[in-house]
Design a binder for this molecule. Structure first.
Ligand code: NAG
Ligand code: NAG
Ligand code: NAG
Ligand code: NAG
Ligand code: NAG
Ligand code: NAG
Length: 298
């Protein structure tokens, strides 16, 4: 049986007639399940930093895990959703050197990565300011560039949904680290830097943005409720971003600033936010039978 089927399917492939993706074309993008990672960029600190880390951070062992590079997660681990922690750094250098490097007496020869990347202006990607700075990509633009390159070589991938958490902590101020200020305050211009950095790397056709979802003069929520999310096959090869911070529980949620003054339905914005309606809230409230993402929390 097998010996008959194998040559038949090879013949189909040889003639280019086999459908490469066996999905129902009426399937919508929210009707699939994918596997995602949490803190997708995270690399654990080096052994030389553990003494200081364990002095300052409660439950330190829960931070001792490392993810593969983003392209390796996509290629070898079938990951299709990611979570990135963003830290504003307009001038560059705000998070350099991480206090843990200084307290651990690291030199340029012994830091786990070349810190000069932290001196460049632009949004940084890492877990905890001053204490947990290691990552597979250190700037948002570098992470996005790696994702774009992967997507350019895998153009039919299902949309990759990226959860962006805007970080606002400054836990080491008293010990000589970063203090509250830019590190804890996502003003509107800083939020718009997130949009600008995404658009500096990903062309419009590789994105799903709110303007793609809104229909006529309907609000974003009404559009989703009345017309649904796009068909899966229409949004292959694209990325969609949303802000993790929940406006109902997180005082640092960007939702108010980001949706004010004519942007109530995220007009001309790049990132989705949490919403009230279960079907509009891309983060938490997909109906259970349409659940989009299983986050692996390490
Ligand atoms: C595709 O999905 C639609 C809607 O769920 C369903 O009515 C249809 O029968 C499906 N077609 C196939 C070929 O599975
Ligand atoms: C770093 O160096 C100082 C000064 O030599 C020393 O007192 C301290 O114990 C060292 N810290 C670590 C974590 O090795
Ligand atoms: C260590 O690296 C940083 C970042 O590249 C650089 O600014 C600094 O001059 C270097 N320090 C030494 C002593 O080489
Ligand atoms: C954030 O910065 C803005 C603009 O500088 C300022 O008006 C606001 O008070 C700051 N908010 C906090 C919580 O520091
Ligand atoms: C929205 O558009 C529809 C049809 O284009 C129109 O009939 C309706 O009056 C508009 N509603 C508002 C509030 O502008
Ligand atoms: C849309 O956003 C871009 C980038 O932030 C900005 O340059 C442009 O002026 C905005 N357009 C409108 C109509 O708001």
């Amino acid at each position: 049986m097998l010996s008959k089927l194998v040559p038949a399917s090879l013949a189909l492939l040889a003639h280019g007639t086999a459908a490469p993706y066996n999905t129902n074309s009426s399937l919508r993008m929210n009707q699939i399940q994918v596997i995602g990672t949490h803190n997708s960029y995270h690399r654990e600190i080096s052994l030389a930093e553990r003494e200081i880390f364990e002095k300052y951070v409660p439950s330190p062992e829960s931070y001792y895990y490392s993810h593969s590079s983003l392209p390796n997660q996509l290629t070898h681990q079938a990951i299709r959703s990611l979570e990135l922690d963003l830290h504003s750094d307009e001038k560059g250098g705000l998070y350099y050197p991480p206090l843990i490097w200084t307290l651990s007496n690291l030199t340029n020869a012994t830091t786990p990565f070349d810190g000069s990347v932290l001196l460049k202006p632009g949004i940084k990607v890492f877990h905890v300011t001053d204490f947990d700075p290691n990552a597979v990509c250190h700037t948002f633009v570098d992470c996005l560039t790696q994702l774009k390159e992967w997507s350019d070589h895998n153009t039919k991938h299902v949309p990759i949904i990226i959860d962006l958490e805007l970080k606002t902590e400054a836990p080491a101020c008293d010990a000589g680290g970063v203090c509250p200020g830019e590190a804890t305050n996502w003003t509107l211009p800083r939020l718009l830097n997130v949009d600008a950095e995404i658009m500096s790397v990903l062309p419009r056709k590789q994105l799903i943005v709110p303007d793609d979802i809104r229909v006529g003069n309907l609000s974003l929520e009404e559009s989703v409720l009345q017309h649904g999310w796009p068909f899966l096959d229409d949004v292959r090869g694209r990325f969609m971003f949303f802000f993790d911070n929940d406006p109902s529980s997180d005082p640092n949620s960007p939702a108010k600033l980001y949706t004010a003054d004519g942007h109530e339905s995220l007009q001309n914005r790049t990132v989705f936010t949490n919403g009230k309606s279960p079907r509009y809230n891309v983060n938490l409230c997909f109906p259970p039978n349409e659940r989009r993402t299983i986050f692996i929390s390490l």
